[in-house]
Design a protein around this ligand. Sequence first.
Ligand code: ZN
Length: 280
Amino acid sequence: MSSREVPELPETETIARDLDGAIRGRQIKKVSVRKADVLREVSARTFAKRLLDARILRSWRRAKLVVLDLDTGDRIVVQPRFTGALLIDDGELKQSELNYSTMRLTLDDGRALHYSDVRRLGTVALMNSDRFEEYTSKLGIEPLDRSFTAAHLSAVLRATSQPVKKVLMEQRKIAGIGNIYANEALWRARIDPSRPAASVGLEEATLLRSSIVGVLKEAIEARGTSFRDYRDARGERGGFVEKLDVYGRGGSSCHRCGSKLVATHAIDGRATVMCIRCQH
Ligand SMILES: [Zn+2]
């Protein structure tokens, strides 16, 4: 697959869950920052000082962020973006895998957590709980929360005449959906991605909501989608690529009606793939 995409909700969820299983309860015994330009909110010195001896309570996801809660009240907030990866070095990692390590957190069991990033477009922030609340209050609703109802989605869509696909990817409205899953959900719901969001009725919004939830849950189950640069925390690629209906399939046949899928960049500058016959 040639397109460059950032990890979306399922990929980020996979990273956060893997990390939770691997490092929950561990204490940080040593902090070494090699490339401070990935840091946000704090200096390398403050970062190291506040992390030393902190215990990791859990790893979880909000939007496209991996969040590590610490027993000090601080949170490490990682936004992997294009090439960021959280890698656990238990002595098995190859040197080549650590070439792009920007920081190393040595844990009390001797393993180390690295944030590695080839292009260093991702970020690692340290926030106290007030700052974290403020920061995340600007993010939209979580699509896998119970509060993400058809009525809620319908209200979001009715408020704007922008293309429906663009609205789905707007992080201040709905968190975690990017280009891959917006394409997939709209195909499942048979909605033309270019349609003004306000023209999507409640019945269609109901179908779109269940399409979004369905595709995200299936993708989490498959550990996300495989694409260039994305690696999960175990250093593997996701399996949802086998299940994509439209993304990356321009020119191939529609899995529903057999028509040739059309790829365009005209809607939002990103690759949109759709079935003209099914999505009108
Ligand atoms: Zn079709």
